[in-house]
Design a protein around this ligand. Sequence first.
Ligand code: SAM
Length: 284
Amino acid sequence: MKNLSDINVIKSVMSKHGVTFNKGLGQNFLVDPEVCPSMAEAAGLDKNTCAIEIGPGVGVLTAELAKRAGKVLSFEVDNRLLPVLNETLADFNNVEIINKDVMKADLKKIIEEKCEGMEIAVCANLPYYITSPIIMLLLESKLPIKSITVMVQKEAADRLCAEVGSRDGGAVTVAVTYYAESEKLFFVPRESFLPPPKVNSEVIQLTVRNTPPVDVKNEENFFKLVKAAFSQRRKTAENSISAGLGISKDQVATALAEAGLEKTVRAEKMTIQDFATLSDILFE
Ligand code: SAM
């Protein structure tokens, strides 16, 4: 089998099939031979696991997943890479490349059809231009996923793995915390990619919770409130929530007081329980 983290192998297989890097699709391929085995190992795969990958590129991580998992479903939007993957993954009979934009795929149906009875683990070096949308899609669709082990831009890792109520926290931090426990696994410098991107990266792991850490009466309202509260970071939560939800400041002030929160509190100082309590009061 070819060494798919070797720069010369990547260049030669791409040029053989007339493929050039598409920056717009976040095509920075891993060339550090240790990263993919470590990611696949961290994903905790076994023969009863169906690994879901987003963006196989030339298949460097896909091969490591295929060695460990029972099955690999890998979504690749760029059809120019299909003949490349046909060649690089020819040794594996447990890999299926799905030529679809992951954001438009019916993941629930595909998983039901192709991974019946198996545990599901996502493991991917994500296209960075849609990091948060992909992670939110995976979490919000309530798919039967046990964990998400992904490479993301370092700054995205800081936000996704921040504590709710800390300076790095944002709406996405609250959402991730609601659905999963997050952990940073290891740092990956920009030189580990071909071509090297402008940013450094980090591999993170989200372990999906069976039940959320707080009770909310209505999840949709809870997330509407969180989004509104963080929509204007420099303003107080009272102002952002009032503007974001189109309700009067007096009404928000009364709800904040009832929830035991200061009138001047900012979203980044609020705990996940604060958001839960406030949304139950506000939308009652
Ligand atoms: N896994 C490879 C690696 O580690 O070298 C490639 C990772 S590269 C950062 C991201 C990959 O995601 C590219 O192959 C790109 O074509 C693919 N991609 C970008 N947008 C996508 C989308 N919406 N759906 C599926 N794949 C996508």
